[in-house]
Design a protein around this ligand. Structure first.
Ligand code: ADP
Ligand code: ASP
Ligand code: MG
Length: 403
């Protein structure tokens, strides 16, 4: 008997009909002799609607109340799914994050899961029930409900799978696997049979929204295989495992359009400036991504540019402007940028990959504003309006549409 954790995203539980279909899938997995835990997201756009309501009330909301509100979408879908399973003759129970023993850090909105006390989950499974757990939420040490960041239900599923030592974690979504790039942007993208945890982690961190990065990180640490499949169609999907399809030079291209760039110009070229700026941003829990420092022609001055997500842009700009005021330098900000990233484990040992990527962008007259590299990825910051063109140019250059 295997233990399977299935996770269904928002579109997959978006209507009562779809919830009935998910119930059927969970029951089929159980009838095949497996113990089944199902982790669910909120129905369709529910979370967006809840956030919009809060923002209509105030822009300056309390993070604790944000979590108390936005976590409720998952309660609805979990209860409906458990009821749908019962209505189809099965045995099921819905558990909220805290009932399922999901413990998190104390901070709100984007906190990490720290532990899963899986006793209740095991007890319900032992009783022969399909256990439906709300994704996205947990409880902190103060006894308050927390949420783990947008798209976090993937992480809830993998963390629960790891805690239960499940045999596999299946992520059911609105595409039939992981593609070389977002198939909704480039239809010529190709589905991958397998991808390594390492490459998927890069893809997810660089904007491939099909998986929450922390979910992949947790799967990697726990050597957990993830199967990504379509929730409404049968098919093999993609396996995210220790080893990918083959040692491809390049596996995929990721796109992120919620990127903003901030530049600090004519910064005094003395020790400690970068530490002070990025220290202040870190203290505000702002995640900084690409950082570029360039020497200015003027003696003893340099320019520092960095990127943050759109959510953090206003606050990051405010913090940077405060530093700039004190240092007598100028600040520029641009929310209309995007990041296109090439990912591949074989890149480390293949010279010329970066040059080919830059040439492909250059041929399309796309200006590269910033570059950042690691052993297995190259990212370029470009104008947001050129993202699709850039994605296609890079995807075609590396022949990713071909088998
Ligand atoms: P869910 O609601 O099931 O969590 P998401 O919207 O979070 O679904 O993720 C699925 C979406 O991820 C797809 O609809 C697709 O547009 C997008 N996506 C981005 N990059 C990729 C990729 N490389 N492969 C497959 N899908 C991708
Ligand atoms: N419902 C949450 C969101 O919309 C969590 C998730 O879907 O994974 O971000
Ligand atoms: Mg998702």
């Amino acid at each position: 008997m295997a233990l399977i954790v299935q996770k269904y995203g928002g579109t997959s539980v978006g209507t009562i009909e779809k919830i009935k279909n998910v119930a059927k899938k969970a029951l089929t997995a159980q009838s095949a002799g497996n113990q089944v835990v199902v982790v669910v997201s909120a129905m369709g756009p529910t979370t967006d609607v809840l956030i919009a309501r809060l923002k209509e009330l105030t822009a300056d909301y309390d993070p604790r109340e944000y979590d108390a509100l936005v976590s409720i979408g998952e309660n609805e879908s979990a209860a409906l799914l458990a009821q749908a399973i019962i209505a189809q003759g099965g045995r099921a129970v819905s558990l909220t994050g805290w009932q399922a023993g999901v413990e998190t850090e104390d901070n709100h909105n984007k906190c990490k899961i720290t532990n899963v006390r899986a006793g209740r989950l095991r007890q319900e499974l032992q009783a022969g029930k399909i256990v439906v757990v709300t994704g996205f939420q947990g409880l902190n040490s103060r006894g308050d409900v927390t949420t783990i960041g947008r798209g976090g239900s993937d992480t809830s599923a993998v963390v629960i799978a790891a805690a239960l030592r499940a045999d596999i974690c299946e992520i059911y979504t609105d595409v039939d696997g992981i593609y070389t790039t977002d198939p909704h942007i480039l239809p010529e993208a190709r589905r991958l049979e397998r991808i390594s945890h390492e490459e998927m982690l890069e893809m997810a961190s660089l904007g491939a929204g099909v998986m929450h990065p922390r979910a992949v990180e947790c799967a990697k640490v726990n050597n957990m295989t993830i199967a990504v499949k379509h929730s409404q169609q049968d098919g093999k999907g993609t396996l995210i495992t220790m080893v990918g399809e083959k040692l491809n030079t390049v596996s995929g291209v990721a796109a992120a359009d919620d990127v903003a760039k901030i530049g600090l110009l004519h910064v005094p070229d003395v020790p400690g400036m970068a530490a002070e700026l990025f220290g202040a941003l870190a203290a505000a829990r702002i995640n900084v991504d690409v950082i570029v420092q360039s020497i200015h022609e003027e003696a003893k001055k340099n320019d520092i540019s960095f990127t943050v997500g759109h959510d953090d842009y206003a606050q990051a700009l405010k913090i940077t402007e405060a530093k700039a005021g004190a240092w007598g330098c100028a600040v520029i900000g641009d929310k209309a940028v995007a990041k296109v990233s090439l990912v591949g484990i074989g890149m480390a040992s293949a010279p010329g990959v970066a040059a080919r990527m830059f040439a492909a962008l250059g041929r399309e007259k796309i200006n590269i504003q910033m570059i950042s590299t690691s052993e297995i990825k190259i990212s370029c910051i470009i104008a947001q309006k050129e993202l699709k063109k850039a994605l296609r140019a890079v995807h075609t250059e590396f022949g990713l549409e071909k088998c």
